[in-house]
Design a protein. Sequence first.
Length: 131
Amino acid sequence: AAIISRVMFLLFIFSRTLNQATITLGILVSPLILARFEPRLIFMAGLGLTSLCMLCIGTSFLFPAILGTGLALPCLVASGLIYGLCVGPVPFILMSSLFTQKNKSAGSAIAQTFRALSVLVQMKVRQFKLV
């Protein structure tokens, strides 16, 4: 049991590091994609593909006898890459089209503040195990 738990821990660390690397790689490549295609279409496609990856991850853990857990790691890596390519940088670009020229600075500041506060609340909920 101790060996299995160590192997699972190492797989978790590996997948977390690989996922972060794919997010970073995606964010580095995303300006090339965003320059060629409509950002709203990229955002919708990214959300759809991320949902599909999350569905595959959930299904592989719900039915491990049928699918096995080998599907979860590639889907996790793919969702990180999709986030970096599509979902991550697009809202920052769309802010310029959502707000008027007069309200662009205030709208962007409010949106970024709300984003930072929501991440803070999410981290504190996980830290203190409130949910």
